[in-house]
Design a protein around this ligand. Structure first.
Ligand code: SF4
Length: 235
């Protein structure tokens, strides 16, 4: 059974929208938000998926079998699924039956991850694109938790993985440069994205970060959903 985030109306957090970040930004996609995470980022905007000191898992989490999740995900006009969280790799074994069923229907899969858990081979074969978003010191997670070298190196060598860093300031940027060098990441696969939960902050930081990307050869990603809907959930 998959542990899926639950919306206020009790339904699973599975919704049709457009990808708002990274290489596939603007692509119509169904989103599946899974519960549970192995990190605890100070600025996390989905704490309801893992922070059981402030949220009640009985209200926030729904258990779903693969056929039920498949019924919610399949739509006549969308062949792209984004699996997000939380941290999806914590449920990789449970994801395999669902992703196999979706592959049989020609649905492509993009998976978001914090990059601390390498996928098992069976899962890796079922994912077409990885958005790896490693966390920096400013996330508040200790180095031993946010940077797992073996997983980092695995994703660095994977042609289907992009790295997406949420950048708040110059200190974050210096840390990103160090990680790009340490893991030999191609700048073409590195996206810098402003840390912002409202439109004004996003635009202000974007103007700065775009100049950084022009100067250093990284790619810029906005957060389309923040521009369009602010801090709303399930859009
Ligand atoms: S890794 Fe993602 S889901 Fe987990 S705490 Fe950090 S931002 Fe939130």
């Amino acid at each position: 059974m998959l542990k899926v985030s639950r919306q206020a109306d009790g339904r699973p957090e599975i919704f049709f929208s457009v990808q708002g970040e990274g290489r596939n930004m603007g692509r119509p996609s169904v989103f599946l938000r899974l519960a549970l995470c192995n990190l605890a980022c100070a600025w996390c905007d989905t704490k309801y998926t893992w922070d059981w000191q402030h949220f009640d898992p009985r209200e926030q989490v729904l258990e779903m079998a693969a056929p039920d999740a498949e019924n919610e995900i399949t739509r006549p006009n969308c062949k792209h699924l984004v699996v997000t969280g939380g941290e999806p790799t914590l449920q990789q074994k449970q994801l395999i039956p669902l992703l196999k069923r979706l592959r049989d229907q020609g649905i492509g899969v993009e998976m978001e991850t914090n990059g601390t858990v390498a996928p098992i081979p069976e899962l890796a074969l079922l994912v077409d694109h990885w958005n790896v978003s490693p966390k920096l010191e400013s996330s508040g997670n200790p180095p031993s938790k946010r940077e797992v070298s073996s997983a980092y190196a695995f994703f660095a060598a994977l042609p289907s993985a992009d790295f997406k860093y949420v950048v708040h300031d110059e200190r974050d940027l210096a840390e990103v440069r160090g990680l790009v060098s340490k893991y030999n990441l191609e700048s073409e696969k590195v996206f810098l994205m402003p840390q912002a939960r409202d439109r004004e902050t996003l635009l202000e930081k974007s103007r700065w970060l775009v100049e950084v990307c022009k100067r250093e050869g990284y790619r810029f990603s906005t957060r389309l959903h923040v521009l369009l809907w602010g801090d709303a959930r399930g859009v």
